[in-house]
Design a protein around this ligand. Sequence first.
Ligand code: F6R
Length: 369
Amino acid sequence: EKGGWSSFMAKEISEEPEAVANTLIGRTADGAVHLEELAPLGDEVLAGIDRIVVIACGTAAYAGMLAKYAVESWSRIPVDVELSHEFRYRSPVITERTLVISISQSGETMDTLMAVKFARESGAKVLSVCNTQGSSIPRESDAVLYTHAGPEVAVASTKAFVAQVAALYLVGLHLATVRGTLDAKAIARNVRQLHDIPEKLAKTIESANRLRELAHWMADTQSVLFLGRNVGYPIAMEGALKLKELAYIHAEGFAAGELKHGPIALIEPGQVVFVIVPSPRDKLSLHPKVVSNIQEIRARGARVIAIAEQGDAAVHPYADEVIPIPLAAPLFEPILAVAPLHIFAMELAAAKGLDVDQPRNLAKSVTVE
Ligand code: F6R
């Protein structure tokens, strides 16, 4: 079943472009978004919601964190992302105008299932983004939007993550349509960006081969830090989680802006730091801020591996390695930037002789709370 691949994880990373493409199929036409799956929620209800709460665990929660930037920007609805097990055991403010969106690859994660039941009992409508037909979470939800990533066998979630982001971006564009917060041209522009992702992701995966060598060189590394800002922040978190779970290395993801509020104290000569660099074309002007973060950590001896837009000349003088990603609109770049981090975690685990499909202590579906 692995085909010619060394592991299911290697195969599934190679399927990331397809997972996005398949998740988009039949859901857009003529530059507009059509999500029949959302009909049970009712467009009037969607037009009236005043808050979205995303509930998920692990990698699925990082997909939610990333989607927050797009959904808020497009629909102007505030989005909170909560870990299912934290949401469930307190007294969250939920009204009939709250839309809860659960995200789960397996559809069986007990923490998320319990949180979905709790949200509905509290009066919220629940939309679930799920990759597994016939699983438990969809059965407990008001509406389901399936990701079409195909079965994911490796314990670490990879192709499901990019499919989840694509599905959530469609939801964001649907909400912007029913609420009139984006005009048809802007929707069409974003739909085009989404459809361009598979090809760009395939290119990114090709050019990330260099990481294989790097991972071998780094097999003895004890700690790796990941910095990202804005949409790069959830990607930094995801990169760190993958390294922990697969290579058993201490890894932390930080918001780059936090560096000077504490984490910079960790930087000593030889510390490896991945930096997800925002596009230099970003209207928010975050690029120079992150480049200056890179200079600060380099001055303290860090080894910097930058994931940056191809042609970003400002990064090269300061980074030890640059992994290029094709040009995309800023909200879409992180969907490309995540693949090199998946590859790196897999290759480092392989370099250490570990089982990348079945990391120790972990199960594919966590069916206990
Ligand atoms: C990390 C990973 C886990 C899952 C989490 C949620 O690589 O695979 O963090 O993302 O356990 O699982 P699902 O999406 O099945 O609810």
